[in-house]
Each structure stands twice: as C-alpha cells, then as structure tokens.
Design a protein around this ligand. Structure first.
Ligand code: 6PG
Length: 255
C-alpha cells in the first residue's frame, strides 16, 4: 500500500458532494483523455454515486467529456442479471450510460448473471487482460476508481474478515459474503491500489462512525477494508458530506 496522504473534502450535503464529484471527475477525464489516450474508469456500486452519474450525463457536463475515449468498468457487482434492480450495472445504465454517447464497446460489464460466480470472475479477469494487455506479473492500471464505504467499513465487495482481503494474485474475485448470504464479484485490493486516482464517496450519518474511527486512529494499521485502499503511486480523495464527516474537519489528515 502506498503512503500518499489522502485528501479529504467535506461537502455541505449530498447534492454538493455530487456536484463536486462530477466537476472533479470531468476535469480528471478531460486531462487524461488526450487524443489517442483511453481513460479506464472502475465505477462504484451502491446508491451514493447515482447523483454523480446523473450529473455527468447532465446538460452542463455531458458535452465536455470525450466519451469515445472513456471505458467503463465496475469495481464490483452483485450476482444478478443486468436488468435486476440490485445490479450496479443497471444503476449506471439508468443514470449515465443510456444518456451519453459512449460507444457500446466501451462498456465492460461484470457478468453478474453467470450462475457460477467464480467463472464470472475469471471471465471478467480475461476482459481486463484483453483491455490492459499487461506484461506477465504486471497489474492493470485503472485511471480512476470510484468507491463507496459501507457502514461496516467495506468497500466494493471487500467485506471485513473476508479471505479476499488477502488476495495477491487474482485481479477479480467472487467472495461469498456471509452477512449478505450471497456471492459478489469484486476487483481485488492490488487492482485498486494500482489505480492513478481513487475517489471515495461517502454520505449519510451511518458512515460517520467508521470515518471518525479512521481519522482518529493514531497508527496506520488498516482495520476496515476501505482503509486498505492506499494507491501505491496514485492519489486518494475522500469526498464526504457533512453527515458522514461528523465532527471531522478537512485539516485532520491521516497519519
Ligand atoms: C455495492 C458497492 C458497495 C457500496 C457501499 C456503499 O455494490 O453495494 O460497491 O461497496 O459502495 O455499500 O453503498 P451506498 O452508496 O449505497 O451507501
């Protein structure tokens, strides 16, 4: 894990968080998507990013983004078909993909519909290897990874106590999540930690306890999965709303 200091930005409320996130993501894509460059983004699941996706597809920003150079992937997915309301793909399709001129071949969906989760994870790893064309032993380098934080400190589908937190070889895993009584598909920690820019979006008072514990702990031992996301050479931004930040202030940097 890297030792880049995380940046913490506290937004007034969820709407302001979405506004700031959308402006940051748009600027980031415009800077990275130089002619000939592709921008690989791992989308977050959950409900928090919906407003961000809607803004990226909105009148003010849609035309600024060179969609033909943007490639969308998922950080994790539920083991359900894409039309299922639980599907992270469906959330992104409804709020973003169906509203912007992104080529179909730029959408790299996790195959949650596959009945065998491990086969689905292996298939997605092949998708990533086809795209990134890494040398043997090299990790894929996403440009941007968007992530959320659960009230138990999970991120993507990396849950506390899961053996997947020890994964050092696979790019994509299919952990069984006890508390959900279900399998999930998820990128693994080394993949996230090789991204150029990671953005955590967290909103709501139910996230305040883990955020408070995170910012107040003296040493650097990661207790929650989200804390294990420390890009080796990339940058880390936490975008919180006031409720999730609790009494934290931006000057409280992680040790
Ligand atoms: C998922 C997400 C998960 C999510 C957090 C926060 O598939 O559910 O990847 O990690 O980001 O649970 O979810 P909310 O944004 O809904 O609070």
């Amino acid at each position: 894990m890297g030792d880049q200091e995380p940046e913490i930005v506290i937004a007034r409320d969820l709407d302001d968080l979405h506004r700031q996130a959308a402006e940051f993501v748009t600027r980031y894509i415009m800077n990275r998507a130089r002619p000939g460059n592709r921008v690989a983004i791992a989308l977050s699941g959950g409900t928090t990013p919906r407003g961000l996706y809607e803004r990226l597809a909105g009148e003010n920003l849609r035309h600024k983004i060179p969609w033909s150079r943007v490639h969308l992937f998922w950080g994790d997915e539920r083991c359900v078909p894409p039309e299922n309301p639980e599907s992270n793909y469906r959330t992104a399709d409804e709020s973003l993909i169906s509203r912007v001129p992104i080529p179909l071949e730029n959408i790299h969906r996790m195959p949650g519909e596959k009945t065998d989760p491990q086969k689905a994870a292996d298939a997605y790893e092949r998708t990533l290897r086809d795209f990134f064309r890494t040398a043997p032993g090299e990790w894929p380098a996403f440009d941007l990874a968007l992530l959320g934080v659960g009230s138990d400190g999970h991120t993507a589908s990396l849950f506390p106590g899961s053996p997947v937190l020890e994964e050092t070889r696979r790019w994509v895993a299919a952990p069984y999540v006890e508390k959900l009584k279900a399998h999930r598909l998820t990128l693994t920690l080394p993949v996230f930690n090789h991204a150029d820019q990671v953005i955590f979006l967290a909103a709501g008072r139910e996230k305040a306890p883990v955020m408070r514990e995170w910012v107040s702990q003296e040493n650097r031992t990661a207790r929650f999965p989200f804390e294990m996301i420390r890009p080796l050479s990339g940058r880390l931004l936490f975008l919180l709303d006031r409720e999730a930040a609790g009494s934290m202030n931006p000057s409280e940097r992680k040790p």
